[in-house]
Design a protein around this ligand. Structure first.
Ligand code: C2E
Ligand code: CA
Ligand code: CA
Length: 753
């Protein structure tokens, strides 16, 4: 089953959705607890403010009660009361009533010894009949007494009494001086100080009768559902919370009213304030509203954020997608995109021929280093525009890959025609390139995909083919393209085979040496031989060195192989010497990879010392075109001479600095490259005269420098005769002998020495 892939953009969005929701959720929890705290605080504040209002009322009422008491206290004619003289007392009361507190409806004196109560209205009550007035126990330990509500038959309205004790000099309680206050006065007091209209004030006496109440019919009635136990009496100032209690009262219309109450000092009355549950409800409602707004804000901001995020992510994703599709430098599609598109084409048109071209610029690294990145980028852009023009003719795909690599893919009808078109296109763009300020040279690898040879070839493999084809292009500027073919594929396979098997081939002794004789022209005798390596693979195929040596030179294995060959050659010489067979000096090749003379010498001599042969039997062929420069070549030559070996310069004349090298590197022999003869020989087999002259002068030059001369690749008698006439010392070539196996070489020696 194919798993559905979720786009990274979706994953990002979902994860941020989860994060945002979590944050909002936490935010709501936090907000809720903050709101609860705020509500608690608001309630507390509301309660505190109610408490303060209640306290204000209490103080006011108490203040009035106190003023009543002090006005009675101010009377200093107690002696008059002690006379118990009815007339005098009555007279005093009548006379002084208006002088005392204006709220006093009447003032009175209760005389305990006569058991009479004198009232300022001129009434005298006999206490023996009316026990209500005789309350000496009320003064036990207190200086004032404030009575509960009192309904007297002598009065129109209920009153309360403010009373102070009157003592004889010996401290006995002789009577009570008191004043009656009509209840409406109390109401008046609270009315006066009332703040706003919200709260209702209740005042209850000790026995829980309403003294002040919002409705007149409540006055004087007893509050039945009070909970006396919860009412605490505390003196002023009120410590917070404690003296205050709350309770619900049930009103006549059936509703419950929450009350905040406190006890008043001295009177032991209860002051109560109906607190407006509306106030609290308002706060709660406000907070609720606030909460909803915050929730709405958070949720909507979450959505806004998500929308923004979605938009931004989408934008970035698109940008990213565009970047993965289009290369920002050239605006061509990327290689990645190219591969998917080309693969799609291949799948869609199974019966179509396709052409794939990879191109790059020769020495682009060099351009990059020399002209700078900016110029290099400009070249890429310029070149991409040319290629685009070229590819558009085919309605093909064109992509820019890494650095200077470009890929084109197109449907074609006919290979020849497309190649013609390609060459025409190449001509056209080379005109444009020539006019560009910096010279650069492109090269192309081409492959064709034929329907009949398709066999599940992937686009990656096709790209592999073109890259390989391109890599086979030599430095020759006249050859700017290479077409992939199966021969090239065979070479790839061969390359892989060689690289994968070289190590095991060495241990399995698959490499062996052949010897090609060198002939002294003066007498046609063999005077030496060159050791040339071959590879007999495990499958029995013999690979020539031209196949594997360049590969080993690239991967470095050649140095290992060199020493292996030396060992085989020394071994052969020792064996032949011991056997008493005729022998000649053997030249061995030193690959171009060796770069440290000292290291080379060390290994070379250590192998050499394993065998009992004279150094004079060994010549080393150096390559003019090696990684070593003239100084190191001189160094190695000197070191080899010191050990008694002779040195030849191989492929002399194929390099560029041959003449320069001649004077610098003290080799014994110059081994002229086979190209000299090949290029000097005409189709007829005769030698070209000019070339003959040139070769002659080279031989003369060598002789003047006291160097032995040897020519490679002597294939014909004419060549041999010419060289002999030119006084060349030795020759090596098929004319005398091809490279020979050990046995054949031994036989050759026997007959040619
Ligand atoms: P080279 O060192 O120039 O060796 C001479 C090559 O010319 C040999 O090819 C030889 O067979 C070939 N040759 C000789 N006479 C004629 C002729 O008359 N006509 C033609 N057309 N060719 C002729 P070979 O053996 O295939 O070796 C090719 C190259 O491989 C050698 O060129 C040498 O550079 C390298 N090579 C061979 N053996 C070794 C080795 O043991 N070590 C290293 N480092 N390189 C080796
Ligand atoms: Ca050689
Ligand atoms: Ca050579």
């Amino acid at each position: 089953m194919k798993k559905k892939k979720i786009s990274p953009y979706k994953i990002k969005f979902l994860s941020s959705l989860v994060i945002t929701t979590t944050i909002i959720f936490l935010e709501l929890i936090l907000m809720n607890s903050v709101m609860t705290k705020m509500k608690e605080n608001a309630e507390k504040q509301y309660f505190e403010s109610c408490t303060q209002v209640l306290e204000g009322y209490s103080r006011a009422v108490y203040f009035y009660l106190e003023s009543y008491m002090t006005s009675l206290d101010s009377v200093n004619t107690k002696k008059l009361f002690l006379t118990h003289d009815k007339d005098k007392i009555m007279h005093w009361l009548t006379f002084n009533k208006p002088l005392l507190h204006e709220d006093f409806y009447s003032i009175f004196f209760v005389d305990f010894s006569t058991k009479k109560c004198y009232i300022s209205h001129g009434i005298t009550i006999d206490l023996e009949k009316d026990e209500n007035f005789f309350r000496p126990e009320a003064f036990n330990g207190v200086d004032y007494h404030i009575s509960d509500i009192h309904k007297s038959k002598y009065l129109d309205e209920p009153v309360i009494f403010i009373e102070i004790p009157v003592y004889a000099d010996d401290g006995t309680l002789e009577g009570i001086l008191g004043g009656a206050i009509e209840l409406h006065n109390l109401e008046h007091i609270t009315e006066q100080i009332k703040i706003g209209s919200g709260n209702n004030i209740y005042l209850l006496d000790k026995a829980d009768h309403f003294l002040v109440a919002p409705t007149p019919d409540m006055i004087g009635t007893k509050y039945s559902n009070a909970e006396p136990n919860t009412i605490k009496t505390e003196p002023f100032p009120l410590p917070k919370d404690s003296p205050i209690g709350t309770l619900n009262i049930y009103t006549s219309n059936g509703t419950t009213v929450p009350l905040l109450y406190r006890k008043l000092p001295v009177s032991n009355w209860t002051m109560a304030l109906s607190f407006h549950s509306e106030g609290l409800e308002k706060i709660t409602k406000r907070l609720q509203k606030f909460k909803i707004i915050i929730i709405l804000i958070s949720v909507s901001s979450m959505f806004i954020l998500l929308v923004i995020e979605r938009y931004v992510l989408k934008h970035f994703y698109k940008k990213q997608q565009i970047e993965s599709i289009y290369d920002p430098l050239t605006s061509l599609i990327t290689r990645q995109r190219f591969e998917t598109e080309a693969a799609r084409w291949m799948k869609h048109y199974p019966k179509t021929k396709f052409m794939l071209i990879e191109s790059d610029i020769r020495g682009f690294k060099f351009i990059n280093q020399n002209y700078g990145e900016e110029e290099a980028d400009k070249i890429i852009q310029f070149y991409s525009s040319l290629l685009r023009k070229m590819t558009l003719k085919y309605k093909g795909l064109i992509a820019h890959g890494y650095a200077d690599h470009f890929y084109s893919f197109m449907k074609v009808k006919n290979v020849r025609r497309s190649m013609r078109l390609f060459k025409e296109g190449m001509e056209e763009i080379s005109v444009d390139i020539r006019n560009y300020k910096i010279p650069f040279f492109p090269k192309f690898g081409i492959t064709f995909l034929r329907p009949e040879s398709r066999k599940n070839v992937t686009i990656k493999e096709l790209i592999g083919q073109v890259s390989f084809a391109k890599s086979t292009i030599k430095d020759n500027f006249l050859e700017p393209y290479a077409i992939y073919n199966s021969r090239l594929l065979d070479r790839i396979n061969e390359l892989h085979f060689m690289e994968n098997n070289m190590e095991s081939a060495l241990t399995n002794q698959e490499f062996f040496v052949m010897y090609q004789p060198k002939i002294l022209l003066a007498n046609d005798k063999v005077v030496g031989a060159e050791a040339l390596v071959r590879w007999k693979t495990s499958e029995g195929k013999i690979l020539p060195p031209d196949k594997f040596i360049p590969v080993f030179e690239r991967n470095g294995f050649i140095t290992k192989l060199d020493f292996y060959v030396y060992d085989k050659v020394f071994q052969f010489l020792e064996r032949e010497l011991k056997a008493g067979n005729p022998i000649v000096p053997i030249s061995v090749n030193m690959s171009r990879n060796h770069n440290k003379p000292e290291k080379f010498m060390q290994e070379f001599t250590s192998i050499f010392k394993k065998y009992n042969i004279p150094a004079s039997l060994i010549q080393v062929e150096l390559l003019e075109r090696s990684v070593m420069n003239n100084n190191t070549l001189k160094d190695i030559t000197d070191r080899l001479h010191k050990e008694g070996f002779s040195v030849a310069m191989d492929d002399f004349g194929s390099g560029e600095s041959s003449l320069n090298m001649l004077t610098k590197v003290p080799v014994d022999t110059l081994k002229f490259d086979k190209d000299f003869l090949r290029s000097s020989t005409k189709e007829s087999g005769l030698m070209d005269e000019k070339s003959e002259k040139f070769i002659r002068s080279l031989i003369d030059l060598s002789k003047n420098l006291e160097k032995q001369t040897i020519f490679e690749g002597v294939e014909t008698e004419a060549q041999r005769d010419f060289l002999k006439a030119a006084e060349c010392d030795q020759v090596q070539g098929y004319f005398y002998s091809k490279p020979l196996s050990e046995e054949d070489f031994i036989e050759f020696l026997k007959t040619h020495i």
